[in-house]
Ligand binder design. Structure first.
Ligand SMILES: NC(=O)c1ccc[n+]([C@@H]2O[C@H](COP(=O)([O-])OP(=O)(O)OC[C@H]3O[C@@H](n4cnc5c(N)ncnc54)[C@H](O)[C@@H]3O)[C@@H](O)[C@H]2O)c1
Ligand SMILES: [Fe+2]
Length: 401
């Protein structure tokens, strides 16, 4: 296919996706603040759930962060079964084990308790369990007949905003390439944004996941599928991140900063569920698949490079963000505001310890990474297509010299 054919194909594919995605989507009921995870336990009881499958990962379970929520569920008369087999960037295999556990334990609902990996795994467990199918059969847009089993979420990172989206990202068992499961019933019935459960999140994960939230906010805001609604959430999320992420990294016990970041993450999720993401995610997903670079870290490293590439194509929108976040003033020329915003992103990355380069990226992989990222990025409503040379430039800049 020539470059022009590819672009026509990408635009058609975007149109097809857009027909499904850009409708206003339902939003979860949100409980916010310290102790809200416990209130969610009570709420799940009042919804009449009898036995819930709690989906989490082992390190988090061993930290004991989940215990008060389990107690709240028991106090509300809800039995629990625990599936703690989630690994970062969960595979179809992990999800299938969770679906087996749901049936074996005769559950009637699912609670995700963890970062984006646990939430995404839990979403597809809830969908696969209701449809008596495996994860692979759920991949794609609205592949299942029945809605997911009743689903609830407590995010423990402030980052992905997965508790607000109808998308789950699941990795192929062999290639680790990421596939999207898209279904409106993946939006939880209720979610708790509880800073207490984020208190012990290490600084480097706080930093990387927080930059994922900023990436969602910016990519949705400058993208072609933005709406007034997504602009509102995108701008609010940007401000919350610039004002609170460094403090949440420095002082993880500052619950105000943690709560602000949880809200930023949620707003970012509300924005991308309608407006989608862009090339930062396209490149970062493929770095994750190839080298297991964590999702947030990949986004954090790629974000300023993509902003440098798109600064003339999205100048008005980037200037809006700078003004809204107090980085510049409306009276300043647009190019000045854009420069200030991009410099602020570089500076925030440096302040919170995001490295500028990675030693794992190898020269011999770059061609394949470019092909995969350009193909994936072509399905996102970025302000413009980026070229293979530009994508190569980003990857080479990320490679440690
Ligand atoms: N569905 C969506 O809309 C969406 C959006 C963005 C990203 N994602 C997906 O989310 C995944 C990444 O999620 P993530 O960045 O939240 O990381 P993660 O869920 O993989 O967690 C990273 C690590 O943090 C630890 N952790 C989590 N919470 C903790 C806490 N409170 N205290 C101590 N340790 C804690 C976990 O044990 C894990 O080791 C990727 O697979 C990505 O593709 C999904
Ligand atoms: Fe993301």
């Amino acid at each position: 296919m020539t470059a022009i054919h590819k672009r026509v194909f990408f635009r058609l594919r975007q149109k097809l996706m857009g027909a499904f995605i850009t409708k206003p989507q339902p939003k979860p009921l949100v409980l916010l603040g310290p102790g809200s995870a416990l209130q969610l336990g009570q709420l799940i009881g009042s919804f009449g759930m009898r036995k819930i499958l709690v989906v989490t990962d082992k390190p988090l379970r061993e930290l004991g962060v989940l215990d008060p929520t389990l107690q709240a569920l028991h106090d509300a008369g809800v039995e629990t079964a625990i599936f703690d087999g989630v690994l970062p960037d969960p595979t179809e295999q992990v999800v299938d084990l969770g679906i087996d556990c749901y049936h074996r334990e005769r559950c009637d609902s699912v609670l995700a308790f963890g970062g984006g990996s646990s939430i995404d795994a839990a979403k597809v467990i809830a969908l696969g369990a209701a449809n008596h199918c495996k994860a692979a059969a759920c991949i794609g847009a609205k592949k299942c007949k029945l809605p997911a089993a009743p689903f609830f979420a407590v995010p423990t990172t402030a980052g992905t905003g997965s508790e607000a989206t109808f998308i789950a990202v699941i990795s192929n068992n062999e290639t680790h390439a990421k596939g999207g499961v898209i279904d409106p019933s993946l939006i939880p019935k209720a979610a708790a944004l509880d800073p207490e459960v984020m208190r012990g999140l290490p600084a480097h994960i706080t930093a990387a996941t927080g930059m994922d939230a900023l990436t969602h906010a910016i990519e949705s805001y400058i993208g072609r599928w933005r709406t007034d609604d997504t602009d509102y959430y995108g701008l609010a999320a940007c401000r919350l991140v610039f004002d609170n992420l460094a403090e949440a990294c420095r002082n993880g016990s500052n619950l105000q900063a943690r709560e602000a970041m949880a809200l930023a993450s949620h707003y970012g999720g509300l924005a991308i569920t309608n407006a989608l993401v862009g090339y930062v995610h396209a490149i970062s997903h493929n770095l994750g698949a190839k080298y297991s670079i964590p999702h947030g870290l990949g986004n954090a490293m790629v974000l300023p490079h993509i902003l440098e590439l798109l600064k003339d194509d999205a100048s008005e929108k980037l200037a809006d963000i700078a003004v809204h976040c107090g980085i510049g003033e409306r009276r300043e020329p647009v190019p000045t505001l854009v420069r200030k915003l991009i410099d602020k992103v570089w500076a925030l990355n440096d302040e919170i310890g995001i490295p500028r380069t990675s030693e794992v990226i190898r020269e011999q992989d770059i061609e394949a990474l470019v092909t995969a990222a350009i193909t994936e990025g072509g399905s996102y409503p970025s302000p413009r297509f980026i070229t293979e040379d530009e994508c190569q430039g980003v990857l080479r800049a990320l490679r440690a010299a």
